[in-house]
Structure formats: C-alpha cells, structure tokens
Ligand binder design. Structure first.
Ligand code: FAD
Length: 390
C-alpha cells in the first residue's frame, strides 16, 4: 500500500511527487513516456514560480524575460519592457526531466513508459491499474496526466470541447539574430481569431506557435500559423518543417469538481490553465502543491477529506481565472481596438506584467482596465474609428 499514486509526470505530477516524497510519504508515480520527452509548449514560466518552489530552476533557464515585442498582424511593432523579470524561457524536455529528477532525489518511486489506465475507489483506498496489466493500491490518487488524460476524462467527465487549439514548432535558430531584442518574447495579436501567436527565444531554438479558441479556429489554425510565420520579421523566409498540434485546456466556468473521493486532479488534467494567455506551467505546479498539501493534511489526520483543495480552487483560483476569462473576452473579441489601446497606453501591459509576476491579482487588473476604458470612452472610440479609416 502506497500513500499516493500519481498519474503523469509533467510539471504537476513531478511537483506533487517531490513535495509528498520530501515529507516522507510513500509515493509511486507513472508516466506513459520515457524522459526526456517532448511537450508542445511555448516554455515561458511566469516569474511567480520564484515564490512557489524551494529549489533553483536556473540550470534550465535559457532566457530571462523582461518584456515583449508586440505586433498586430506582424506589423506595428511595440516594445514593452519592464525593469525586472516577468518570466523564464525553458525547453520543456529539459525542464520536465529536471523536475522529475527532483522528485526522484526526494525519494519518489518513478515508473516511466507505463500508462495508468484507470482506478477504482474502494472507499478505504484506491486500486490503480496500469497498461502492463498490474494493479497498485494507495490511499490517494493524483490525476496529473495532462490535457485529455484518462483520469480527468473518464473519471471526472472533463472534456476538451471548449478548449483552445494550437500549432507549434521548434525552429533551430541562431539567437544572435535577435540583434539586441533579447530578453523579450514576441507576441502577435490579430492574426489568430480569438487567440494569439508567439515566438519565444531559447538558446538554440525559437519556440513558435499560435493558439486560439477551438470554436473560432476549427480547421483554420494551420492557416493562421503559416500566415504568422510568413509575415513576421523574425521568421519570414524561414522554412518550418515539423509542427505539432495540441490542446490547451484553458479554464472555463463549466469546470466544477476536481475532487472525487480519494482522487483529485492537478494541472491540465483538471483544465487548470489561465484562459487569457494559456499559462499552465505555473498553475500545474501551484495546483499540485496545494493538492499535495491537502493530501499531507489528510494523511496526518487519517482522514479521506480532500475537499480543502476544492475549496481553495473555488475561493482563490477560480475567481482569478474568471477575471482572466473577462480579460480574454475584452482582448480577443476586439483585437484591433485592444492593440490601439496598448499603443496609447503601454502602461497597461506593464501592469499586466505585475500580474504575471504574482504581485497583483487579475481581478484588480481587470477592474483597473475596465475603469480606465470607461473613463475615456469617447476618445478611445474616436481613435478606434479613425484608425479604421486611416
Ligand atoms: C501550444 C502550447 C503552448 C503553451 N505554452 C505555455 C507557456 O509558454 N507557458 C506556460 O506556462 N504554459 C504553456 N502551455 C501550457 C502548459 O504546457 C501546460 O499547462 C503544462 O504542461 C501542464 O502541466 P501538466 O503536468 O498538468 O501536464 P503535462 O505537462 O501535459 O504532463 C502530463 C504528463 O502525463 C503523462 N500521461 C498522459 N497520460 C498518461 C497516463 N494515462 N498514464 C501515465 N502518464 C500519462 C504525459 O506523458 C505527460 O508527461 C502551453 C500549452 C500548449 C499546448
């Protein structure tokens, strides 16, 4: 009998494994892949990670990000840079293997190349089955098997229907071509309907991609990707061969309970991704941390109560994600107007950087933006209308 079994060893699973094993619990964890494994991702981790973990991730950091060059449909370049870090760019194969190693060093038992196929909650424990036909028992189960993972899909009714779709590629790249533009992300609005495009510099690669709401991009996401690559100054003329498609399981208010008996979901398997920028690495690690602490509490008190995790989501995280949903409606429904506002008031983005750093809440950011826009409706509207005819 293990204390905890973990399905999936991305940032969520490895963080939970690390935290629980470090507290002395008997942790058994599985991933269907062998590490290092590829994960389709921009690989930018927000700087709020600094306050979350008790180890140094700098061996994996390839670029420290202090701002971004924004474009609107590959033009109208806008450099908005802060004086302190906003995020860190990593390659996910290296970063995820690094986190997994931390979990193993802490004492978690790790099985790679084996898939978890399901579980049965027996009341006093869970029986977990694996693709090699074996069954393991534990007091608790963490589903951290990512977007569309079997635990979320089959046992919690999670669906990827209202998610975002994406296309990404890792372009071999000589970063000296950034010519003084280093320390920035490249973010494009307007090319992708209800979404955005990105180019995130790493040491030897440019991680490029587009993502947008499934309902607005069904069948057309590759077209937006090709349009961005062929028109953006960083990539025009370059050949992009290998692309990958992936779902971004952004939060929606249809997400209800991620706790069921002795099992819970963390990270993408529970659709716990910020719905504005699709930021999920930090949230995978944060939800895994709170999940692990809730399980720790339950193990110490010999209880099966995992509801404090659900309560934290509902009281702390979901209100933030709901505010991010409102920001995303504002921005992606009116990308042209939003870009005009950004050009006039770059301070708005500097303020959002402080949200990304975890210094301010999304709710207060949204209220601030809303008041600012409302206090100047005619000027902005006039400029927007004028810009359409210039
Ligand atoms: C195109 C794209 C770009 C993104 N860019 C960013 C970004 O720049 N910054 C950011 O913060 N977030 C980004 N995200 C989101 C981020 O990638 C995810 O939120 C993050 O990976 C979630 O971590 P996780 O551990 O929950 O899931 P994952 O990283 O998906 O890990 C899940 C693991 O579970 C394993 N698994 C699956 N099924 C099973 C099974 N049945 N049994 C055992 N193992 C299983 C998988 O092999 C995998 O290793 C992006 C996502 C996409 C799709």
């Amino acid at each position: 009998m293990h204390d905890v079994i973990i399905a999936g060893l991305g940032p969520a699973g490895s963080t939970a494994a690390y935290r629980l094993a470090k507290s002395g619990f008997k942790v058994l964890s599985f991933d269907k892949e062998k590490f290092p494994r590829y994960k389709s991702c921009g690989g930018c981790i927000s700087a709020k990670i600094d306050g979350l973990i008790d180890f140094d991730i700098s061996p994996c950091v390839e670029f420290t990000v202090k701002g971004a060059y924004f474009t609107y449909r590959s033009g109208r370049k806008l450099d908005i840079t802060a004086d302190k870090p906003v995020g860190y760019n990593v390659m996910r194969d290296t970063f995820d293997a690094f986190l997994l190693n931390k979990a193993m060093e802490a004492g978690a038992e790790v099985v790679e190349g084996t898939r978890i196929t399901g579980f049965v909650d027996k009341g006093g424990h869970v029986d977990v089955s694996t693709s090699d036909g074996r069954t393991f028992s534990s007091k608790f189960l963490i589903g951290a098997d990512g977007a569309g993972g079997v635990i979320g899909r089959e046992h919690f009714g999670m669906t990827v229907k209202e998610c975002a779709v994406s296309i990404t590629a890792e372009l071999p790249y000589d970063n000296s071509a950034l010519c003084g533009m280093d320390g920035r992300l490249f973010i494009d609005f307007g090319t992708v309907p209800f979404g955005y495009g990105w180019m995130f510099p790493k040491k030897n690669f440019l991680s490029i991609g587009v993502a947008g709401d499934l309902s607005k991009n069904s069948g057309s996401i590759k077209k937006s990707f090709n349009e961005l690559i062929s028109t953006h100054e960083l990539t025009s003329g370059l050949k992009v061969e290998d692309t990958a498609g992936w779902t971004v399981p952004v939060y929606s208010s249809s997400v209800k309970s991620v706790v069921k008996g002795r099992a819970l979901l963390a990270g993408d398997s529970g659709r716990l991704v910020d719905p504005f920028l699709g930021e999920g690495i930090y949230f995978a690690m944060k939800t895994a941390t709170v999940a692990a602490d809730t399980i720790t509490q339950a193990l110490h008190s010999d209880s099966a109560n995992l509801m404090p995790y659900q309560a934290w989501l509902e009281n702390d995280l979901f209100p933030e994600f709901s505010a991010a949903e409102k920001v995303s409606n504002l921005v992606y429904n009116h990308p042209r107007l939003w870009y005009k506002i950004l050009e006039n008031e770059p301070a708005m983005m500097l303020k959002y950087f402080s949200v990304i750093r975890g210094e301010e809440s999304v709710q207060s950011f949204y209220n601030w933006v809303y008041k600012r826009i409302r206090s100047r409706p005619w000027r902005l509207l006039r400029r927007w209308v004028e810009s359409k005819f210039v």
